[in-house]
Write a protein that binds this ligand. Structure first.
Ligand SMILES: Cc1cc2nc3c(=O)[nH]c(=O)nc-3n(C[C@H](O)[C@H](O)[C@H](O)COP(=O)(O)OP(=O)(O)OC[C@H]3O[C@@H](n4cnc5c(N)ncnc54)[C@H](O)[C@@H]3O)c2cc1C
Length: 339
């Protein structure tokens, strides 16, 4: 049995990948439903455009998977104004931003998904081989240097681990607490990020637009435009993420970059945390010290664009079907530890 802590896009993608390999899984989710954190509150932009070759590899695999499997994937394209021009953009058509002021590149093969739609489908496809146990806020119990059980909030909620059981930490910001409790040096930092929703008064259906320099982007979502802007504000995990309200500087930046996003059309906003390691590469692989513990955490601002392919890789490692290759070894949690 593989126990997965967390039912976000990471945990659910892994459950589906394990199910495809015929492996039984059980997700332990602290909330009563899926999608209450980053995985249900993101902009759903799927981009394969990355400078880091390791990230690009998994982003391209995920993009291919969405094109094949995800009925809600909208290949509407991405217009990007890159920050650093070292992105393999040779041959990519350059054109003007349709709403921003500067010229950008057009990446026809990128697009977007509905975050909630992806989560629901993952759960549906995974469910033949396991189930989500809701309301189980998991702590790890060690004895004599071994991970022996999983503890819920009350003393009676305890899962004793059999020798062949494996445990995967896939709980977004919660991974910060698990790393701290175990004394791991993963250096995960949570950043607050806001998602704004505007009425799509013009009926815009064009490409996603992204100005990497100002960290602003938006896309159409039916009768809404969803947009994020923002600085990276480090924030302790578990801290209330809704206290500060709408950030006026975000709205000003968005309407400056994309005049379509007028403040008077703002209909809602949400905040949650993106969790990333210092090197901005997720942790996806075996714990450096415990032989029945694995990490699938630190997906940063790209979890929707990476999780499905990373999950397939992690499932391969968990089922010992293949060793790590050059890409997956770059994501090993051991890279952060002094061993
Ligand atoms: C505003 C915003 C916009 C974004 N836009 C995009 C985008 O356009 N494209 C993209 O690719 N990515 C985007 N991202 C990033 C993406 O949303 C994340 O990388 C991804 O959702 C992280 O998924 P996760 O499963 O690791 O974590 P989460 O979604 O946080 O899921 C973790 C789950 O674990 C549960 N949990 C926590 N602790 C415990 C515990 N102790 N026991 C049991 N369960 C626990 C939580 O309840 C939660 O359900 C965005 C993020 C934000 C915040």
């Amino acid at each position: 049995m593989v126990y997965i802590i967390g039912a976000g896009v990471a945990g659910l993608s892994l459950a589906r990948a394990l199910g495809r390999a015929g492996v039984a899984w059980c997700i332990l989710e602290k909330e009563a439903e899926i999608g209450l954190y980053a995985s249900g509150k993101n902009a759903g932009i799927i981009r394969s455009y990355e400078t880091d070759p390791v990230i690009r590899h998994y982003a391209e695999l995920t993009l291919a998977a969405y094109r094949q499997d995800e009925p809600g994937y909208d290949e509407c394209g991405l217009i990007i104004k890159p920050w650093e021009i070292d992105y393999n953009l040779a041959g990519t058509p350059q054109r003007r931003f349709s709403h921003g002021r500067d010229s950008g590149f057009y990446l026809a093969q990128n697009g977007c998904v509905s975050a909630q739609g992806v989560l629901a489908r993952l759960l549906r496809e995974a469910s033949a081989f396991g189930q989500v146990r809701f309301g189980f806020e998991t702590q790890l119990n060690l004895h004599d240097g071994h991970l022996v059980s999983l503890q819920g909030a009350t003393p009676s909620e305890i899962i004793a681990l059999a020798p062949a059981d494996q445990v995967v930490v896939a709980n977004g910001e919660g991974a910060i607490q698990h790393a701290a409790a175990l004394g791991r040096s993963l250096g995960l930092i949570a950043h607050r990020r806001n998602l704004y929703e505007y009425a799509n008064v013009t009926g815009y259906t064009g490409p996603v637009e992204w100005n990497e320099e100002t960290s602003c982007y938006f896309r159409a979502d039916g009768d809404k435009l969803v947009a994020t802007a923002g600085e990276q504000i480090p924030q302790a995990s578990g801290q209330d993420t809704e206290p500060s309200g709408v950030n006026p500087s975000h709205l000003a930046a968005l309407s400056r970059e994309y005049p379509l996003l007028a403040e008077r059309h703002l209909t809602g906003w949400r905040t949650c945390l993106r969790v990333m390691p210092a090197d901005n590469r997720p942790y996806c692989g075996a714990d450096a010290f415990l032989n029945n513990l694995w990490w699938f955490a630190g997906l940063g601002g790209r979890g929707m664009s990476l999780a499905p392919a990373l999950a397939e890789e992690l499932a391969r490692q968990l089922t010992s079907k293949s060793g790590a290759d050059a890409y997956s070894s770059a994501l090993a949690p051991a890279r952060a530890e002094v061993i």
